[in-house]
Design a protein around this ligand. Sequence first.
Ligand code: GLY
Length: 314
Amino acid sequence: MLKYGIPTAGYSSFTKDSLDDGYAFIDTLPSPYVLKADGLAAGKGVLIIEDKEEAKRQLKEMLVEEKFGTSSDTVVIEEYLKGIELSVFILTDGKEYLILPEAKDYKRIGEHDTGPNTGGMGSVSPVPFADAAFMKKVEDRIIKPTVKGLAEEHIDYTGFIFIGLMNCNGDPYVIEYNCRMGDPETESVFPRINSDILDVFNKVCDGKIASIALDINPATAATVMLVSEGYPGKYDKGMAISIKADKNAIIYHAGTKINDDAVLVANGGRVIAATAFGDSVSDAFNNAYKVAGSIIFDKKYYRRDLGQDLTKKC
Ligand code: GLY
């Protein structure tokens, strides 16, 4: 990202021999400061510190006093990105690209983004703050240099690129790349693509991206993930599931199976994703929640606050 000028969190790595450079780097950053032990530290090796002098003290403890043993022989100091996350997807053949509908996912188990991370508790597409002006910044500052970087590095890649980014006061910064679609973003992005997706894939493989005109449904798609109580910790399996037919809903089976008695039962932590359309984020989630409520199984849990972060701001 640095090589191709793609905006991401500023960072640099330091050892005890470059402690003074580390202090100087901290001086260039705004608070809070993110200090990461470069080695494995049982999930405890990241410090987020408000105070500059405290950050310098902790840096010394990590590098010189071996706060995390040899895991902190090298420490990465990173700029803290504060904002709201967005998932952007492209299909590319390594030269050209096609931008797919964007989405926002909800990762934490608890309402208002509390508790541990999960495989995803819901998603929504489109995302109101990702308007034309913001997406132009994403395209110019991130997508174009990413695809140019692939070509210049002679990376022969055809497929999806998932760009996880942070909207910091209207400017996009990359948090991560994945060479796949996202889950649970796919469950709200793909229903909005009216075009024949196999035809799209064939054209991407045949180097004909420029000939693709994606037909996108402008309506909002919202997805609510139904999980088994206790997930992402310990949870039960085998509870019978009842699903009411609903032509306005899309039901994705994530952790289900048909048991020996031919009964549909829960068979995983994330059991079913329910997607529905609406005219707005709140309308789409209201509809998805009706579907979520109509699917019955023992120990069903789902977040009831999805979309509220977007409707308050937009
Ligand atoms: N929803 C995040 C991911 O698929 O990695």
